[in-house]
Design a protein around this ligand. Structure first.
Ligand code: PMP
Ligand code: GLN
Length: 385
């Protein structure tokens, strides 16, 4: 009755931990979403579009003004030259963009290289498309790949690689030299790269996001995926973007038209307005998050936790073993939420095999008072566990 990929597939760890946080009245540093409601002018632009604009089907590839705004944003921030007409498709979140990419570009038996830890949507979608996953394991504290790891995973049957940088849950940004190495291997094996860059705007310490698409040989073979929900810190706004050369974009649009066909026009209009007019946000937002990262890091270190470096995303990670806590990540997170009032995410949930079991992810996109209270509770947990 049920496709084997979805038979007994558990509910995502994010939904599960948010449920436990509600049940136990815990501070939710699990699922990644900001406390803040998002930039008011952008919400106002969407509200105006809802009242005054059209609420009928927008064009299948997305509102022209949004596609132009996405091209403008990526030209300004990442030096990319994308044609709004033929190279950008608006989707209902990055999740739909991933589904469209895997559905339209993978044929049964194609090998797909993915890096662990991996975002939970990838494997079921790749498998449902008939792809055969080849997993490359990244390890803390740096979570980097090297030539030998790539050579072991790529073969004549490889058709696609999936890269997430900045990397959720690790919070690291792939260095330029690693991107250059991956580009070289993709070109040599004639592979398409699907780049989940939803965290591209959330990078710290003066970093600037470099898309794999901009590396030699990659422009025609890369699908770049973005998310307005992450760009503007409004995760419920499921507005995503697929960016690719015209032949790839045509295939992606063909899949998109039968997944959702379109995305609510008023949210698209809000995002377009924001990208064009609310540009200071892209300096202010990461600067504020960096302060929150530093606040949570300092509090946790004072409490005796070993905190791994966070270079981007809403997340930092704690190394339990190095912190002297002899529990695995799942046990720690369960006891933390039920006994100590803080929800976190066990990083082993991002592994399909041979998991890292001693690292826990915490979301710092929260108000100072929330972070301070979470630190107080985590300090108590550290003393008790
Ligand atoms: N990819 C990654 C790596 C993510 O972290 C997320 C959500 N946090 C998504 C995709 C999904 O993005 P969206 O909400 O736009 O579907
Ligand atoms: N991407 C979010 C996170 O990593 C969760 C998204 C979801 O709940 N599906 O926390």
């Amino acid at each position: 009755m049920v496709h084997p990929v979805f038979d007994n597939l558990p509910t995502t760890i994010f939904e599960r931990m948010s449920g436990l946080a509600r049940q136990y009245g815990a501070i939710n540093l699990g699922q990644g979403f900001p406390d803040d409601q998002g930039p008011l002018p952008v919400r106002e632009a969407a509200a105006r579009a809802l009242i005054e604009g059209s609420n009928q089907y927008p064009p299948m590839r997305g509102l022209p003004e949004l596609r132009a705004a996405v091209a403008g944003h990526y030209a300004r921030t990442q030096d990319l030259a994308l044609d709004p007409e033929s190279e950008i498709v608006v989707t209902s979140g990055a999740t739909e963009a991933l589904a469209a990419a895997f559905t339209s570009l993978i044929s049964p038996g194609d090998e797909v290289v993915l890096f662990q830890p991996l975002y939970d949507a990838y494997l079921p979608l790749v498998r449902r498309a008939g792809g055969v996953p080849r997993l490359v394991k990244l390890s803390p504290p740096h979570w980097r790949f090297d030539r030998a790891m790539l050579e072991a995973a790529f073969s004549d049957r490889t058709r696609m690689v999936v890269l997430n940088s900045p990397l959720n849950p690790a919070g690291v940004v792939a260095p330029d030299e690693d991107l250059a190495l991956l580009a070289e291997v993709c070109v040599r094996h004639d592979v398409v790269a699907v780049c989940d860059e939803v965290w591209e705007a959330v990078v710290f310490d003066g970093r600037r996001h470099r898309p794999l698409m901009s590396f030699p040989g990659m422009r025609q073979r890369t699908v770049k995926i973005g998310s307005a929900g992450k760009l503007f810190g409004m995760t419920g706004w499921k507005v995503g973007f697929l960016c690719a050369a015209p032949p790839l974009a045509r295939a992606l649009a063909a899949a998109h038209q039968f997944l959702t066909f379109t995305t609510p026009p008023n949210l698209q209009a809000g995002v377009a307005w924001g990208l064009d007019n609310h540009r200071a946000w892209f300096d202010d937002m990461p600067a504020n998050l960096q302060r929150s990262r530093d606040r949570l890091t300092a509090g946790l270190r004072d409490a005796g936790y070993v905190v791994l470096e966070s270079q981007g995303t809403y997340f930092l990670n704690v190394d339990l073993a190095a912190s002297g806590i002899a529990l695995d990540d799942v046990t720690f997170c369960e006891r933390c939420v039920t006994e100590h009032g803080v929800a976190a995410i066990p990083v082993s949930a991002f592994f399909a095999e041979d998991p890292v079991t001693t690292v826990v992810r915490l979301c710092f996109a929260k108000a100072d008072a929330t972070l301070d209270e979470a630190v107080r509770r985590l300090a108590a947990a550290k003393a008790a566990l």
